[in-house]
Design a protein around this ligand. Structure first.
Ligand code: PHB
Length: 399
């Protein structure tokens, strides 16, 4: 049997005298002081490659811009970032989120774009109690069946823009609509929201077309649309896939004969690449390029100066994720362990977003105006409010 070596009496003495010095000076740090003096570990889990790569970058840019506006600190704590490229791949999502939670032991998770990946993040956050702020992914379940006191969303639910557009298209008098999207949670739920409002308004969805994410082989489906001759088409695509879809729709000659409507992701952050093919398209979203408020103008100017880029909805959602984190952490003086107080502060706040003021529902999803926008040149121009203070139904959220 080996024995532990006897303590070196000189080290022991040094430690005892340091401790008595600290105590004599009243300087023994409390647990909270010890925690808040360390850097706040923020885990960014976002797509940095693939069809949503630009969306991930815009979210990080927005988050960092808000942080810079508060001197690079949140609730007095310096911030250290830990980053994972989730590749918008749900099959790698649990391993990826555990790199941040178990290996890096982050204080807060911020992510992600893809609904399937976000659901894996929500499961880990719920099980581990780690704070999660979702800066895009609309998966209804994140603030529905999987809702939790430590999970917040700064973006939207997939239901929201879809539902608002269902009302708009019904009011325009369309009767028969074909939908087309990627076959995964975001596409399915966006179409479901659209269908709910559109059919309530007297219309009918006559065909639901889809292809696997992140596929862009649209030709056969466009041929089906042409043959079905609906009054209109509703779609959910985003990022690189949205660029290709809008161009292919126009190139197939459909844009002139069958109006195309979409959740606003179809034309957000994509207009440079879409060119004329996007001109005139109507979409619904919780942001537009020409809101004209002083708050939005200041945000847009600061973003353009910092990144030499125009902001989009993803930048706004990243910015607001940082705002939500700051509101919660300021209320608990930087102590992330105070989950209930963090949540209470966020729940009663009005978030001063570039999109306009919004609050969070009981399930922690934004209650927000959904705008109707139209593409004019390189802008998603504001047409009006399609749905005022639209609240996600938060189906199956028990909290
Ligand atoms: C989603 O997967 O929830 C998603 C992805 C990209 C968007 C919007 C929603 O632009």
């Amino acid at each position: 049997m080996t024995r532990a070596p006897a303590p070196n009496p000189r080290h022991l003495l040094a430690r005892i005298s340091l401790m008595s010095l600290l105590l004599a000076a009243g300087a023994a740090p409390t647990a909270v002081q010890a925690q808040t003096a360390t850097k706040l570990k923020v885990g960014l889990m976002l797509p940095y490659t693939g069809t949503f790569a630009a969306l991930g970058t815009a979210i990080e840019n927005g988050f960092r811009l808000q942080l810079a506006e508060t001197g690079g600190k949140i609730a007095g704590r310096e911030v250290e970032f830990f980053k994972v490229d989730d590749e918008s791949d749900p099959s790698k999502a649990t391993d990826n989120v555990n790199k941040l939670v178990k290996r890096d032991q982050v204080d807060v998770l911020v992510g992600t774009v893809h609904s399937g990946v976000a659901m894996a993040m929500a499961k880990v956050a719920k099980d581990s109690g780690t704070l999660l702020i979702v800066p895009n992914a609309g998966a209804d379940a994140v603030t529905g069946a999987m809702c939790a006191p430590n999970i917040f969303r700064s973006s939207f639910s997939n239901w929201q823009p879809g539902y608002a557009m269902g009302e708009v298209v019904a009011k325009k008098g369309a009767k028969k609509v074909v939908t087309i999207t990627w076959k995964y949670a975001a596409g399915d739920e966006s179409v479901k929201g659209f269908k709910e409002a559109f059919e309530k308004g007297g219309g009918q969805v006559v065909k639901e077309l889809s292809l696997p994410f992140p596929g862009v082989e649209f030709q056969a489906l466009l041929t089906e649309i042409a043959a079905a001759k609906p009054d209109a088409v509703y779609t959910f695509f985003a990022g690189g896939g949205a660029v290709k879809f809008v161009k292919d729709y126009a190139a197939a000659g459909l844009k002139k004969s069958i109006p195309l409507y979409g959740a606003g992701f179809l034309t957000d952050g994509t207009l440079e690449a879409q060119g004329d093919a996007a001109d005139g398209l109507f979409t619904t979203l919780h942001y537009a390029d020409s809101l004209g408020t002083p708050r939005d103008a200041a945000f847009r100017l600061a973003y353009a100066k910092t990144y030499k880029l125009q902001p989009d909805v993803y930048a706004v959602q990243g910015y607001d994720a940082a705002q939500i984190l700051a509101i919660g952490l300021n209320a608990v003086k930087g102590d992330v362990s105070k989950k209930a107080e963090f949540a209470a502060a966020v729940e009663k706040s009005k978030i001063d977003s570039p999109r306009g003021l919004f609050s969070l529902s009981k399930a922690h999803n934004p209650v927000q105006d959904i705008y109707l926008r139209q593409v004019v040149g390189k802008e998603n121009k504001l047409v009006g409010v399609a749905s005022k203070a639209l609240t996600d139904p938060a189906r199956n959220c028990k909290m």
